[in-house]
Structure formats: structure tokens, C-alpha cells
Design a protein around this ligand. Structure first.
Ligand code: COI
Length: 383
């Protein structure tokens, strides 16, 4: 990014370089929190000292970018997002490498996906560079919160919500983009041990023409009922099938799905119903770098179950920012439950996990320039 983050004594932060510097006001907390030890971190339970915020008003555009102490919102009960879920978000991670430097993993890709999600919900475009600056500014201010233990990271949650108090169904005239940060350990209670997933033809996550390829709050709200039912049956997550024929694999909801049948790595294509995962893209790239056949093709649950029955389903795993690369040890569909690779992490899954994690922690070369080192934080003394 080539930007320097500069904090003046008056509490303003600028990015030098291209694009034109943006002034971001910083109000530091007077009550820093006690940080959780790296080996106690779970997913999404603790938050850093500060948050970034910028507001949108019709006619003024996005204005007043600022970093403030982490705090709640004071919303009118009629606020649009509370009624019609005009809300989008994304999720990315900052890692502390073995050299001590902090790196963001594919931040531009996440910023661009957030803008695409906004468009799907008629939320006015945010400038990708402003989103990137928010990542660097907040991580810069809260850099002591980036954990150092392998397997941990600072998870960033950029979010946009409709803030107009109005009960009619139309796009809001005001919005808030906010960014919060949470030091995290592994997403699943299983850690990096295999999870159990249940394919469902009873519930539907997305259909073509809907919002399945956007990261909207509503997609997740609609997934909770099926997820709770699956949990009661002993599964970790739901594997969603397509919304029309209820046959083709879509995604798991918190991660994209991949599997290996014989020597072919397969993942569903992106027909508009599946989130275009950043980790999905990274893992496909690694597979192709290694000369593996990695196909993005429609695949039915019947083909997967049949391959499992006759021993051709070698491995299955999920990919996601929160989940990283998560092995699947058991797959259920209707009355059948199959164990994959003896319920253990497969060799390819492990190799993919090791490879992506090594890039994230700067333990290995980064040939595709996926990581961006945090813009250096400087204090400029003013009179
Ligand atoms: C992510 O992987 O970043 C997600 O957003 C998945 C889940 C935590 C909602």
C-alpha cells in the first residue's frame, strides 16, 4: 500500500502517498482494557480498545472518518437495519509474523467484496481505499492487540448498517460503516480437528438472483434455524445444497466447501448463490501451483455420497477466513452418515493448511503477494 500512518498530537491521522491523504481523527481511550492471553483466545468474544467509524448522509456522502474508543451505538428503535436487515459485513485477519511484523491477508480483495455486498443491498459505494485505510489505521492504533501465537490473529469485522429511523421499506438515506477488531483463536471448538457437517435438502440458504454471493446479515440470520437443528443431531455445521433442485453442493455458510475424489480437487463454481471466498481462491491457487487438478464444477450430494461409499472420496475440507482450512471428518445426508478419511485430517488438507498458514505468518515466501505489511505508524510532532 505504501502509506504512512501519521498521528499528530491533536489526534489526527493521515495517510501519506497515493491516493490523496485522508484525515482520520483519533480519540484514544482513557481506559485501556486488560488483554486476554494468546492461549485463552476463542473466536469473537473480546474486542480491542478502539473502533473505526465513518458516516454517510444523503447529499454529503461518506464523512468524518474517525477512530474512537470501542463503544456501543445509541440507535433509535425505528432504525432501518433493526427492521429490514440492510446490513453487510466482511471478515479478514491481521497476523503477527515470526519476524514480529503485522500483515493483513488480502485486504484489497476483502474491501472489494464489501463494496460488492453494499451494491447488492443498495448501500452507497464506499471507496475501497478508504476501507483499506480503515484497516491500517485501526490495526495501527491497536497493534498491541495483534496476538503472536501461531493459530491466533486479529480478526477485523468491517460492517455497514442502515441508520435512518424510518419504517418504510426503501434504501436508508443514512449509513454507518464501522470496523471492529477481535483477537481470535480457532473458530471451531474442534480447533483444527475434523468437523461434522450435515447436508440438508430441507432448508435453503440461497437461490439464483438472491443475495447468496453477498455477505449480508440476513443470509446468516436465515441459516441459524437449520444450524441449531444440525447441532442437536451432533453436527458442527450445515452443508447447504442449491435452492432449486436441492442436489448441488453450495457452501457451508461459515466456509466454502472442497473435496478430493480420486486425484481431483473439486469445489462448487460461483453461480451467484455462493460467497466468493478469499480463502477459497487462495487454496485453489495453491492446488494449481502444485499441479493438482482443481475443478470448479457443479457436484451433487449423491455423487459425493456415492464416492464416499466406494472409497473414492479421499478428503473433504472447508475454507474461510475464520475457519482457515477446516477438515471435515463426517458427512451426513438424509439417514446416512459417512466417515471421511477415517475421521482424521487428510494429508492434502493438512498440507494446504500448513502452506496458507506459513504464508500468513511470513514463515514462507508469498509468491502471489497476498499479504500487506501494516503501514508504519509514525508520530508527527506538531507545534
Ligand atoms: C469469516 O470467515 O470471516 C466469516 O465471516 C464466517 C463467519 C464467522 C460468519
Amino acid at each position: 500500500m505504501g502509506l504512512a500512518l501519521i498521528e499528530d498530537r491533536d489526534g489526527s491521522v493521515w495517510f501519506d502517498g497515493e491516493p490523496a491523504p485522508t484525515a482520520i481523527t483519533v480519540a484514544r481511550t482513557s481506559e485501556p482494557k486488560v488483554r486476554t492471553a494468546d492461549d485463552q483466545l476463542q473466536f469473537g468474544t473480546v474486542f480491542t480498545d478502539h473502533m473505526f467509524r465513518v458516516d454517510y448522509t444523503e447529499g454529503r456522502g461518506w464523512h468524518d472518518p474517525r477512530i474512537v474508543p470501542y463503544q456501543g451505538f445509541d440507535f433509535d428503535p425505528a432504525t432501518a437495519v433493526l427492521h429490514y436487515a440492510q446490513a453487510v459485513f466482511d471478515g479478514l485477519k491481521a497476523y503477527r509474523g515470526k519476524d514480529g511484523a503485522i500483515r493483513l491477508f488480502r485486504p484489497r480483495r476483502h474491501a472489494e467484496r464489501l463494496v460488492n455486498s453494499c451494491r447488492k443491498l443498495c448501500i452507497p459505494d464506499l471507496d475501497v481505499d478508504l476501507i483499506l485505510q480503515s484497516f491500517h489505521a485501526l490495526v495501527g492504533v491497536d497493534q498491541d492487540w495483534v496476538p503472536g501465537k501461531r493459530g491466533t490473529a486479529l480478526y477485523l469485522r468491517p460492517t455497514v448498517v442502515a441508520t435512518e429511523p424510518f419504517l418504510g421499506v426503501r434504501p436508508s438515506n443514512t449509513y454507518t460503516y464501522f470496523l471492529i477488531a477481535s483477537p481470535v483463536g480457532s473458530y471451531y471448538a474442534e480447533g483444527i480437528n475434523p468437523v461434522k457437517i450435515l447436508a440438508t435438502d430441507k432448508y435453503v440458504r440461497a437461490v439464483k438472483g438472491g443475495t447468496g454471493d453477498a455477505k449480508t446479515a440476513g443470509n446468516y440470520a436465515a441459516s441459524i434455524y437449520a444450524a441449531v437443528e444440525a447441532k442437536h443431531m451432533g453436527y458442527t455445521q450445515v452443508l447447504w445444497l442449491d435452492g432449486v433442485e436441492h442436489r448441488y453442493l453450495d457452501e457451508v455458510g461459515t466456509m466454502n466447501i472442497m473435496l478430493q475424489i480420486d486425484a481431483e480437487v473439486i469445489t462448487p463454481p460461483l453461480p451467484g448463490t455462493i460467497l466468493p471466498g478469499v480463502t477459497r481462491d487462495s487454496i485453489l491457487t495453491l492446488c494449481r501451483d502444485w499441479g493438482l487438478k482443481a475443478s470448479e464444477r457443479p457436484i451433487t450430494i449423491q455423487e459425493v455420497m456415492e464416492a464416499a461409499r466406494n472409497g473414492r472420496l479421499k478428503e473433504m475440507w472447508g475454507t474461510g477466513t475464520a475457519a482457515v482450512v477446516s477438515p471435515v471428518g463426517e458427512l451426513g445426508f438424509k439417514d446416512e452418515r459417512v466417515t471421511i478419511n477415517g475421521g482424521k485430517t487428510g494429508a492434502l488438507t493438512q498440507k494446504l493448511y500448513d502452506a496458507i498458514v506459513a504464508i500468513q505468518y511470513a514463515e514462507a515466501a508469498d509468491p502471489h503477494d497476498w499479504t500487506t505489511t501494516l503501514a508504519p505508524f509514525q508520530v508527527r510532532q506538531t507545534a
